[in-house]
Design a protein around this ligand. Sequence first.
Ligand SMILES: [Zn+2]
Length: 84
Amino acid sequence: MATWVGLDELPPHPCPITLCARDNLPGKWLMCPAHWRICPRDAQRAVNHALDAYGVGSAELRRAQIEAIQAVNLRLSRTEFPHA
Ligand SMILES: [Zn+2]
């Protein structure tokens, strides 16, 4: 039996992007707005889809989130974008 946790019940957390100093993000945000903006559209869509289809705490959502974080870190490591 799955325990449903609403997005608004998630605790505040730091931005997971490497070297990002932003903390106390609302639980429903995966990363800070500056980093979400440079997250590839496909990865954003995958996160939102997993959220709708599988919900908070699902392996599918976790996988989509990790891929989105890795995509942003990769972009930053290529210095296409400055660290926010
Ligand atoms: Zn950030």
